[in-house]
Structures are given as C-alpha cells and as structure tokens.
Design a protein around this ligand. Sequence first.
Ligand SMILES: Nc1nc2c(ncn2[C@@H]2O[C@H](COP(=O)(O)OP(=O)(O)OP(=O)(O)O)[C@@H](O)[C@H]2O)c(=O)[nH]1
Length: 299
Amino acid sequence: MSEESSPAFRCGFVAIVGRPNVGKSTLLNALIGAKVSIVSRKAQTTRHRIHGVLTREHDQFVFVDTPGFQTRHGGTMNKMMNRVVTQTLSDVDVVVHVIEAGKWSDGDANLLPLMKSQARTVLAVNKTDLLKDREAMYPFVSKVMAKHAYDAVVPVSAAKSRQLDDLLNEIAAGLPENEPMFEADTLTDRPVRFIAGELIREKIFRLVGDELPYGSTVVIEQWEETPKLTRIAACVIVERDSHKPILLGTNGDRIKRIATEARQDIAKLIDSSVHLEIYIKVRKGWADRESQLRDLGYE
Ligand SMILES: Nc1nc2c(ncn2[C@@H]2O[C@H](COP(=O)(O)OP(=O)(O)OP(=O)(O)O)[C@@H](O)[C@H]2O)c(=O)[nH]1
C-alpha cells in the first residue's frame, strides 16, 4: 500500500510594491480579506514588519510592509524610506510589482532598479476591469516585460477580486519549502492601536488625497477601554499651518467624515463601541528629523 504524498508546505515573505494609487492596499485587502485580527506568532520573526498573513492548504504568504517608495520629495524621511524599501526587497522571497493596466509611468520605472534581488518577481497588472479594449493588453504587457525580466505576469482586478487565485499561485511558486510561521487564522500581528492609526490614515488619504502633502502622520494618544466603550484620541500631525484647513474642510466637515468613517472601521475591528476624537497638530519640519521619525515608528 503506497502512502499518498502531499506536496511540501511552502511559506515565505512577499512584498507588494508599486507607485502610489496602483491599488496595492486594495489588492492586499482582497488577498487576505478585509478583516484584521490579532493573534500570536508561531515563531519569532523580526526580519520584517508583517502586514498580513494568508494561509491556504499548502502554502502560507507572509506579506511584509514596504513603505511607499518616494521620488517626488527630497528629505531625510524619503531617503530613509527608500533605504527600507531596498532592504525589504532584498530580503523577501517574492516581490509583486503592481502596475495599472495600460498605464506605465516614471513612477513604475523607478522601482525597477530596486528589484535586482534574488526574489521571484511577479508583475500584477491591476485594474483590468477598467480596460475598454482587452486586446490592447498584450502589446502593453510585452512592452513592460521588455523592461524587466519578470518571472511571471498576471492581469488582475483587485477591486473585483478577479484572477487573484492565479496571482497567488504565481507567488506561491516562489515561496521556499518551510513550515508555517503563523497559526492558520492569523491575519496580522500588528498591535491593534497601530492598525487603528492606519485606518485613520487611510481615511485621510481617501478623503483628502493629493491635496495634503506627504508629510503627515497619525499618532494614537489615548486608548481607554471600558466595558461599554473604547475611548480613543488620535492626533494627526501635519507639517504646515496651511495643511490644517485642508484637513478640517468647510466647517470641519472633512475631519468629521474622516472621524466617522474611521470610527466605524475601528469599532468593527475591535468589536466594541468607539468614541473617537481626532486632533490636528502642526509640527514644522518633523519629516526631516530622523529621531522623530523613529519615535513615530519609522525605522
Ligand atoms: N477600477 C478599479 N479600481 C481599483 C482597483 N484596485 C484599486 N482601485 C482603486 O484605485 C485607487 C487606489 O487604490 P489603493 O489600493 O489605495 O492604491 P495604493 O497603491 O495602495 O495607493 P498608495 O497607498 O497611494 O500607494 C482606489 O480608488 C481604489 O479603489 C481595480 O482593480 N479596479
């Protein structure tokens, strides 16, 4: 009687990179699901900040954080962030480069020099749902493939969850044979406060967009849990006085909407009613001071 041999388990680190707005966050959410929960690690992994973990029957994908690669602005912060990106990409098993179908720009090209590592590189051509002429995809993809020796290319729609299994299979091909690093139901190991801060940040970017320059961040200043309610005070730090009215909006409408939407998401995340207050502080030139960056969690 022969024993059926199942394929070896694969587990490894995956970085999702791409210029702003190509759909990286949407893709990650679609891949790991929107729900975020906090669970313990199986093994100690200090190499990366983990953004999310997806476990399937034969493989586990550990998605690591890569701060946005910046070329538009100078300054200490961008230099540091680019250094982190380079380090991260040289130390993962698979790099997924996300671009927008039919649109190739300098922002996309700027990432290519960073992808020289041994990692498997997968090109994810996102937003295919917006394409009017699907035939136009082929010449576009071959032009992009000529710029970098990608190991695989997968057209996807993160927003419509199309061809995500194909993408996962192409990523899995680059994962080493390894035991799982996390329990199967792990989605992220981030502290919940940090995730709450990220949810606020996401609302700011969504509702304020490019009007607010890059140098703003969110710090959770108070977190108080009572049986009925979690009280949270968050501070948005901006670089200039002129950024404040942008965030506030007319009669404070914008910040109210940011707070309302963030509060709803945080309440879902922690399964509790939430009272959320958001303050705005101006801290001039903070983005250029390395020590302050470290205080705020950028390493
Ligand atoms: N039509 C369509 N829109 C998409 C798709 N994926 C993302 N988007 C939209 O594109 C915009 C940017 O998506 P994000 O996921 O925030 O992009 P990102 O790359 O994480 O952006 P940064 O955080 O700026 O780096 C959002 O409005 C998304 O809803 C897609 O597959 N199809």
